[in-house]
Structure formats: C-alpha cells, structure tokens
Write a protein that binds this ligand. Structure first.
Ligand code: F0G
Length: 448
C-alpha cells in the first residue's frame, strides 16, 4: 500500500491515538445540532454539511481572576491559553505555543478624529504584533495543538498569506509536516518567504483563494490531511481570545462597537462566539455590536446583509487588500449568527478608503496591512452614515502587520494615476553624498 493510499480517510481517525480528554470534547453542528467527539478532524457536519462549534462549558460563572491559572506549562506564556476555562481542554502534552497573543490596545486620538469619534473613544487592538505578524497565530496554536492531540500526520491550509505563514510556523514547532495552497501571484512576497522559511510545502495553484480552498476541501475529504482553515472549529476557539483580551485590557468595560475586517468570516464568527460565552459566564453584562467591514470588490456578505439576508451570492473578488480578497466566504451562516446576536452591522469600503485609512494609521506610528485598515475605513463610513454615533465608543481590530503588502505602500506614496505625487505622499529623496545636499533636505524637513 502506498503512503497516499494509507492516508485515505478511514485508515486513520484519531481514535485510539487521542487521549480520553480529547474524546470528551464535544463538537456540535450549528444547523442540525448533531454532536461529534473532538477526537477527530472535522470541518463540517457529516449529517447535514453545516458548520461546527466546539462546545465549551458556560453553565457556571467564571471569575476573571481564574485566567492565567491552571494553564498547562506549554501554554504558560501564551495570551491564548491564559483563557483556559473558556477553551477546549486539550491534553497538556499536545499544546504548541509560540507565546502568541498579549497584543497591545493602542489609543491615538488622531485616529478617533479620523473616524469621526470623540477623543478617547477609539482604541485599536494590534493583532499584527503576534509571532508571525497576524491574528492567525491565536487560532493556529489551538488548531495545531488539536492536530497534535489526535495524532495528525500532516496539516494543510489554503491561504491569502497570513494563514500560510502561521501554519508553517506552528507546524514546524509541532514537528508535523505542512502543506500550503496559495493563489498564484497573489500572495505578498514577505508572507510567501516566511512560509517557505518555516518549511511548509508550498503549492501555488493557478486560481484564486476560493478555488484553492475548495480544492483543498476535496483533498481533506478524501485523505487524512488535517485542515486548519477557519472551517476548523478548533481554530476559531483560539481567535475568540482577541475579544477576551481586549475586554480584559478594558477591565471588562464593554465598548459600544467592535469593528473588524471580514474575508472568509472566520474571525467574525469567533468574535460572536466569544461574546456570547463571556455574557453567559457573567464576565460582561451586555454585548458590544460587531461591525464587519469588507472591501467593495469582495463584499458578498455586505451585500447579503444589505439585502436582508434574502439570498447569498458569491462574487469574483478583487481588492488591493489581499488578505480579504475572498468572494465565497466559508463561514457565512456563522458570521450572520454573530451579527444577529450582537445587533451588529456589515458594511463595505472602497480600496481608496482602505488606503487612506491605512496611511492615517501608518502615520501615527502604529501601522498595519491594507486589510486591517478596513476596520478604520469602515468605522469612518459608519459614523458618517449615522450607524455609529459620534459619542459612541469603539475598538477596531488591526489584523496584520505593516510589512505585508508593501507594494501597496510604494504605490500609494508614489505617483497618482495622473502621474503627479499624491497629497501627503512620503517619497524618499535622493541626494548626492555630500553635506550641503543633506543640509538642504534638513532645512526642508524643518519647514514641514
Ligand atoms: N485580516 C487579515 C490580515 C487576514 O489575513 C485575514 C484573512 C482577514 C483579515 C480576514 O479574516 O477570513 O477570518 O474573515 N486571511 C486569510 C489568510 C484568509 O489566508 O491568511 P477572516
């Protein structure tokens, strides 16, 4: 029997390998309620094809003082595993961490004013400051730990860049081989470099992200390849901790809004679940409203929301924000549930709005990738449209690092379409290597 034949589904399912505590974790279909044991890799309900949730116990009240205690040693420095009481209890020996989380919650009132809010009313959670430079690390520590717990022999994802770098790093940490499918020519060079460096097997497919994910789902349906895209319910468990941590940093004072970019809609789904659970265990007494922001060229969920959720129509995605260039998101029903439960909203912004918001964020020294700036661009739009009140408070999530999609920075600060420098463009100056030339530049800089 060849290695590929041996990997066909059914040859291996985790039972017999996974310790009892994994088998006791319950995974439930959000549509039909069918329940499964956590001792296998599951990305959709076997009965109805619905999306799955990991069930975490929320019957008892949880005190914030419990966080950070009783965490297995391998997760002791993690800003994810710190929230152990609200995460699936994987066996201590399977936990793979790179000290993810513990990201800053910044305040810079120039950005509050940019959004149209009052001073002190906007904070930005910078998830680009995770180990591989995006929020994906929070999901990956849980996804890869689960993969290890059930004895997965290979882990895989399709990605627009960040997931691939994150998976490659965590798979390397766990010493499990990884496979990454990326849309050809559409992934930021730095992310591709990171993924290769961490040792993943990279496959560029002649197609977009949506095709890459659907192809990979075919592969993982037929073979025992552990899929870590956000259809994997364990990954979303880790991403819940963005919300846990930002609320803990605010001493559990709930903002009126949490604003985030939406692509495949895994993060939006995780945020909805996190808020529901925090409310159930008594850590917050009301829910903030979630605002999900899509890029106008990749906004099927925003259109679905605007149409009263009558009919969902995938699109062919096109936007400068490569991370959210997704036309057929995998987690639509879960994200809809999150919006409905939080009385939330979905909007879209143009690439120009994204790039202007990014320039504003970058100029404060915070910096983020284009997709992340959709948060601020979307908030500004919602304030202008009166959906978010000027007196309300908001936390925006910056999902990725300023060093992603650097071509967009060069293009923005270069010439505009008419070949003239844009207003506010920050272009490097070339001078001869002599002091007078430098003095002229200094004089210029001092005069602003
Ligand atoms: N922001 C960044 C920086 C991302 O990398 C992604 C997704 C999103 C936002 C959207 O999050 O998909 O949960 O709605 N990037 C994926 C990837 C698709 O492959 O790295 P979502």
């Amino acid at each position: 029997m060849s290695a590929v034949e041996a990997a066909r589904r059914g040859a291996f399912d985790g039972s017999g390998v996974a310790p009892d505590d994994v088998a006791r974790i319950v995974v439930r279909c959000m549509d039909c309620g069918a329940e499964y044991s956590g001792n296998r890799a599951l990305t959709m309900c076997a009965a109805c094809g619905g999306l799955l949730d990991v069930v975490v116990p929320v019957e008892r009240r949880v005190d914030a003082a419990e966080f950070g205690h009783g965490v297995p040693a391998a997760g002791a420095h993690s800003g994810v595993w710190r929230y152990w009481p609200l995460l699936p209890s994987l066996p201590a020996a399977s936990i793979v961490s790179r000290w993810e989380g513990h990201t800053p919650l910044y305040r810079d009132d120039r950005l509050a004013r940019y959004a149209g809010l009052q001073d002190g009313h906007l904070e930005l959670k910078h998830e680009g400051l995770n180990p591989t430079a995006s929020f994906k690390d929070r999901g990956m520590t849980v996804g890869v730990s689960h993969a290890k717990a059930i004895g997965a022999r290979i882990v895989a994802c399709a990605s627009t860049g960040n997931t691939s770098a994150s998976l490659a790093a965590y798979a390397a940490a766990a010493d499990i081989p990884s496979l990454v499918l990326i849309p050809e020519g559409k992934v930021a060079t730095g992310k591709l470099a990171q993924t290769i460096a961490y040792g993943a097997r990279v496959i560029q497919i002649d197609g977009d992200f949506d095709q890459a994910l659907s192809l990979l789902r075919e592969l993982t349906a037929a073979y025992d390849v552990y899929l870590v895209n956000s259809v994997n319910p364990f990954r979303l468990e880790g991403q819940k901790t963005i919300v846990f941590e930002l609320l803990e940093q605010r001493e559990w004072r709930v903002p009126d809004w949490i604003v985030l970019p939406g692509g495949n809609l895994g993060n939006s789904s995780a945020f909805g679940k996190a808020l529901t659970e925090l409310h159930a265990v008594g850590l917050i007494d009301r829910l903030p409203r979630l605002a999900i922001v899509q890029a106008a060229g990749a906004a099927p969920f925003a259109a679905y929301h605007a149409g009263g959720y009558a009919a969902f129509r995938p699109v062919a995605a096109d936007t400068v924000a490569t991370a959210i260039k997704i036309g057929n998101p995998a987690s639509v029903p879960r994200a809809k549930r999150a919006v409905e439960r939080t009385n939330g909203w979905v909007t879209m912004v143009t690439d120009d709005e994204i790039l202007d918001a990014k320039a504003a964020i970058d100029r404060t020294g915070i910096g983020c990738e284009p997709a992340s700036a959709a948060s601020l661009a979307g908030l500004r739009r919602l304030v202008r449209e009166g959906i978010v009140g000027r007196e309300e408070t908001a936390v925006g999530v910056l999902t990725g690092h300023v060093l992603k999609d650097t071509e967009a920075i060069a293009a923005y600060h270069g010439d505009d379409v008419a070949g003239a420098p844009r207003r506010g463009a920050n272009r490097p100056t070339r001078v001869p290597a002599e002091l007078p030339a430098l003095e002229r530049v200094l004089a210029d800089a001092l005069h602003g």
